[in-house]
Design a protein around this ligand. Structure first.
Ligand code: NAP
Length: 543
């Protein structure tokens, strides 16, 4: 295709991560639609394409972090470890792309700059950075919620003489830190995974920590052949359990309540989860996210473990989170994170008490002290949820810009549609469960629901599908109300936009659980897409 061709299809899908790939497959191969995918990377995989930093791994167990839509795919793919590495997950994404022959309909290395809805034709026109124009009745965004890097603007940053990296845009060829003095800024999931690996190579590592994280050991291990074979035999049964789980995991939610147990009983339950490894500890008790008092039982247990793992008491105290409940920020899952601070060549620098003042050519200045480094690693996270959408000029009906509409925070109906932007479906968007449950079942639910809506429009000859203002106002209020019943509001987290200076503080994802959410979406569809205005065709109706 030349750069000036206009491509006219039924659906444009932006993004070729797990959501975009599945949407392309379902729309093209199951519904027989003409679809084009657009992806800024040179390959598929989304977050797993970009996040190539050392130690990058999924914090959801591999066996459940996979598509369920194809039994053949389930049977032919074998995970090698309990928590898969980034290269293995990327290989899985590439295998899916090959197996379903997806690449032929994806424009790689293509950045979308602008998407504009035309009221007269009820179509979207997408303009890419390299001058292509694509048009379609439906536009699906599958941009990921954590794909717009957040790099704090420290004075002097452009003068730094060494190398700088962001964990979410890691060089494909890898980075050799041997013999170098390195500073890592940020101790969220990305920093916590990268720090032990960088420490093992670097001459000296400075960890610049603003807020300590609650991190739990992954207890990663190879998957035994028998275990894998057993799961493959029982996949349908396990997928059914995942389907019934608010978190999208094949384990029923805990019924234990921290405050109803004796201290010894609570401790024993926590010890069992700590020994099991992974993020399970935050869900040991059903009331963990509902009561600060109950939450303190788990938080105190993890604080004690940090004290045991870190030899120097002063460093241990600096690594202990104190000012927010456990689980209010996404819990981190690590391998040897705390033990890394027992190394002589690793220094923890508390940048909460004395923030980073500036960056100088030779390093970083904190509290008047110069830390000389060769490399700076930003593990500083993302402008979550809205950041990836904000990078595109999305212009809806009557010339409204999505960025402007959402200037006080995102407003959506079911996290998938927004009034004034007909035929735009935002996969795992703001107001959907997205990051609060296992991403794969979340993606599958959203893709299947969105594709069913596109199919409904096609079968009924509808040319315009649009969320109603009253429906989105009610849904957005509901998302906020559900979050306000939990302790999720009690941390300055990226769930709330608190990590981006000037961003409105609104709790974005839907905290009501994937099962409940799925029931709501299914009910909306069963009611003829209640809350959407459907225009055109013989069956056209204002629902
Ligand atoms: P993050 O959780 O937002 O962590 C960013 C870190 O940078 C925080 O420690 C933050 O401190 C710090 N920071 C930001 N601005 C700073 C500043 N101006 N000065 C000093 N420190 C600053 O980002 P992330 O670690 O990339 O993780 C984001 C999410 O991605 C995770 O929560 C998770 O959902 C996902 N993720 C998953 C995996 C996995 O599956 N294993 C791995 C990586 C990421 P404050 O806390 O004080 O803001």
């Amino acid at each position: 295709m030349s750069e000036t061709d206009v491509v006219d299809v039924d659906v444009i899908v932006i993004g070729a991560g797990f959501a975009g790939m599945y949407a392309l497959h379902r729309l093209r191969d199951e519904l027989g639609l003409r679809v084009v995918g657009v992806e800024r990377g040179t390959g598929v995989g989304g977050t797993w394409y970009w996040n190539r930093y050392p130690g990058a791994r999924c914090d959801v167990e591999s066996l459940w972090y996979s598509y369920s839509f194809s039994e053949e795919l389930e049977q032919e793919w074998s995970w090698s470890e309990r928590f898969a590495t980034q290269p293995e997950i990327l290989a899985y994404a590439e295998h899916v792309a090959d197996r379903f022959d997806l690449r032929r309909d994806i424009l790689f290395s293509t950045d979308v700059r602008r998407a504009e809805f035309d009221d007269a034709s009820s179509t979207w026109t997408v303009h890419t950075a390299d001058g292509r124009t694509l048009s379609a009745r439906f536009l699906l965004t599958a941009l990921g919620n954590l794909s717009a890097a957040q790099v704090p603007r420290f004075p002097g940053a452009s003068e730094f003489a060494g190398r700088t990296f962001h964990t979410g845009a890691w060089p494909h060829e890898g980075v050799d830190f041997t013999g170098r003095r390195v500073a890592v800024i940020g101790t969220g999931s990305s920093g916590i995974q990268a720090i032990p690996h960088i420490a093992a190579e670097a001459a000296h590592l400075f960890v610049l920590q603003r807020t300590p994280a609650f991190s739990v050991p992954a207890r990663n291990r190879p998957l035994a052949e028998e275990e894998l074979a057993d799961v493959k035999r029982r996949y349908r049964e396990l997928r059914a359990l995942i389907h019934e789980s608010p978190a999208g995991l094949p384990v029923p939610p805990s019924t234990l309540k921290a405050l109803e147990l004796s201290p010894a009983e609570a401790r024993s339950a926590l010890e069992e989860r700590w020994a099991r490894g992974g993020g399970w500890i935050a869900s040991t008790f059903a009331d963990n996210l509902l009561s600060e008092e109950a939450n303190a039982v788990t938080a105190d247990f993890v604080r004690e473990r940090i004290r045991e793992l870190v030899h120097d008491p002063e460093t241990a105290e600096s690594l202990i989170p104190r000012d927010y409940p456990i689980g209010a920020k996404r819990i981190c899952v690590d391998t040897d994170y705390y033990a890394t601070f027992n190394r002589d060549d690793v220094t923890l620098v508390d940048v909460r008490r004395t923030p980073i003042e500036r960056i100088i050519p030779a390093g970083v200045v904190v509290g008047g002290r110069e830390y000389q480094v060769d490399d700076l690693v930003f593990a500083t996270g993302y402008d979550a949820f809205t950041g990836p959408l904000d990078k595109i000029d999305i212009i809806g009906s009557g010339g409204m810009c999505l960025r402007d509409k959402w200037s006080e925070g995102p407003i959506t109906y079911l996290g998938i549609a927004t009034a004034g932007f007909p035929n735009l479906l935002i996969l795992t968007g703001p107001g959907s469960p997205s990051v609060l449950a296992n991403a794969m079942p979340v993606i599958e639910q959203h893709v299947e629901w969105a594709c069913a809506l596109v199919d409904h429009a096609r079968r009924h000859g509808l040319h315009r599908v649009e969320a109603q203002p009253a429906a989105e106002a009610e849904w957005t209020a509901h998302v906020g109300e559900i979050a306000s019943r939990t302790i999720l509001m009690k941390a300055a987290s990226w769930y709330l936009g608190a990590n981006v200076p000037g961003k409105p503080r609104v709790f974005v994802p839907y905290a009501g659980g994937l099962t409940h959410y799925r029931d709501i979406c299914d009910g909306v569809a069963a009611d003829g897409y209640r809350g959407f205005t459907l225009t055109g065709g013989e069956d056209a109706a204002v629902a």
